[in-house]
Design a protein around this ligand. Structure first.
Ligand code: UDP
Length: 480
């Protein structure tokens, strides 16, 4: 199967929730003997290589390179509008130059380019240069389907031509899918108009990539979102792509993982620990942070809490007076956890999560019930899937001041952990997603076919018509 002539260039959007799954895809490709050049921005390259664990043994097959994102070193990359616009305006030329440089070396030609759906412009570069190409979506397919219907939203005057909301509405993509609030679309969830317009541009780019790309693969499973896949049969589920599926190490972290929490977990009773983590973007205000801290203290349960740098607006989060002493060894706080390992630990009882798609997949893959604390955008649709479709979790209600109180948190913890049906349902879904990534499963077949396609060193011009393996007779195709 190994084809030494194949050389895949892979490019993720420069954010944590993108780099980790795209890196996972790269590892699957390398495992089949295909050479990969992984292109980060200079900033993410530095973060990823600083926190690199070389237990994966990539050898010569993996090459990590970087190109500038167009911002000055001191500029704020958490301003996603500014970052996205800069990436859009500057990276396409740089990518072209990089490919030319790589191709000028003997026996090193890029045979395929795989771009994150949020980097749709890279597919245009591949087209221009005559390179075979594929697009990868690290987000849920429901999110993608909602993005793809942007023209209908413009026609219905829900958004203007630049993506800015004109009115509040509920968007129903198909009979089999829960409605989505127009305020929770990937681009409408931002406050500033400039950010909305920049992210909208990126979303339009994802749809343009969909229209021209040769393969479009998604980090999801038909078992999780059958109706969304029914809407766009060109989208191929290949997930969940997780390190645990191949018994390997996860790579691509921006922060250093603290493995000591695994030893702490070893000392806790089975299914006793609440694991709390809000991904790489969520920011809590001081009142909310304190309320959560006090709720965990009041719960009387062991907890492992990721307090990432930047989780609170203050430079250093301030805990209630005497908090650490009162909580003692019952609580463990780390700044970044080896999350996939934590979630597969038998001591973990439930996952309090912001419902980022990666975290959602990781919890689901481990059969865990969720306490949902979405922060923005697609995290609200993911919460709907967790609570209303899969029925494996509970959401929180905010009070009049917009705060989730300690009382509310504790009520929901009690409710979730005292009702076995949440875990039972989570275990059924775990079984389904485990089957789909194992030999014979739909995601497994799609990923194997995709890697075989990458290995075919054929000229793009001779490419036969794309054949799509996709079926779900229970859910007919409904177009918006
Ligand atoms: N993550 C981690 N350690 C942590 C918190 C998060 O390794 O302490 C990983 C998590 O496993 C996931 C990613 O960071 O793969 C976060 O992606 P997600 O889509 O859940 O959220 P985002 O950061 O994009 O909001």
């Amino acid at each position: 199967m190994t084809n030494s002539n194949s050389h895949v260039l892979i490019i993720p959007y420069p954010a944590q929730g993108h780099v980790i799954p795209v890196m996972e895809l790269a590892q699957r490709i390398i495992k089949q003997g295909v050479k990969v050049t992984f292109v980060n921005t200079e900033v993410t390259h530095k973060l990823v290589t600083t926190n690199w664990l070389d237990e994966n043994g990539y050898g010569d097959l993996m090459q990590m390179v970087s190109i500038p994102d167009g911002l000055e070193p001191w500029e704020d990359r958490s301003d996603v509008g500014k970052l996205t616009l800069s990436v859009f305006q500057t990276m396409s030329n740089k990518l072209e130059q990089l490919i030319e440089t790589i191709n000028n070396k003997v026996n090193n030609k890029i045979t395929c380019l795989v771009a994150d759906a949020c980097m749709g412009w890279a597919i245009q570069v591949a087209h221009k240069m005559g390179i075979r190409n594929a697009t990868f979506s690290p987000a849920s397919t429901t999110t993608l389907a909602a993005i793809f219907c942007f023209q209908k939203l413009i026609d219905d005057r829900i958004i203007n031509e630049n993506g800015v909301p004109l009115k509040e509405d509920m968007i129903k993509l198909s009979e089999n899918m829960p409605p989505i609030k127009s305020a929770n679309l990937s681009w409408t969830c931002f406050k500033e108009v400039e950010t909305i317009e920049a992210i909208f541009k990126m979303c339009v780019g994802a749809k343009e990539a969909y229209d021209i790309t040769e393969r479009f693969i998604c980090n999801s499973a038909i078992e999780l979102e059958p109706a969304a896949f029914g809407l766009y049969p060109k989208l191929l589920p290949i997930g969940p792509l997780l390190a645990s599926n191949r018994l390997g190490y996860q790579a691509g972290h921006f922060w250093q993982e603290d493995p000591s929490c695994l030893t702490w977990l070893d000392q806790q009773a089975e299914m006793s620990v609440i694991y709390i983590a809000f991904g790489s973007f969520t920011i809590l205000n001081h009142t909310q942070f304190e309320e959560l801290a006090l709720a965990l203290e009041l719960s009387n349960k062991p907890f492992l809490w990721v307090v990432r740098p930047g989780l609170t607006k203050e430079c250093a989060p301030s805990y209630p007076k005497g908090y650490m002493d009162r909580v003692g060894s019952r609580g463990r706080i780390v700044s970044w956890a080896p999350q996939q390992k934590v979630l597969s630990h038998p001591s973990v009882a439930c996952f309090m999560s912001h419902c980022g798609w990666n975290s959602t997949l990781e919890g689901v893959r481990n059969g865990l019930p969720f306490l949902c604390w979405p922060y923005f955008g697609d995290q609200f649709h993911n919460e709907t899937y967790i609570c209303d479709i899969w029925k494996i979790g509970l959401g929180f209600k905010k009070n009049e001041a917009g705060i989730i109180t300690r009382g509310e948190i504790n009520d929901k913890v009690e409710q979730l952990l005292s009702d076995k049906t949440f875990r039972d349902k989570a275990l059924v879904i775990k079984e389904n997603v485990t089957k789909t990534v194992r030999d014979g499963g739909q995601s497994y077949k799609n990923l194997s076919n995709f890697i075989s396609w990458l290995q075919e060193a054929v000229d793009a011009k001779d490419e036969p018509h794309v054949s799509i393996e996709h079926e779900d007779p229970k859910h007919p195709i409904v177009r918006v």
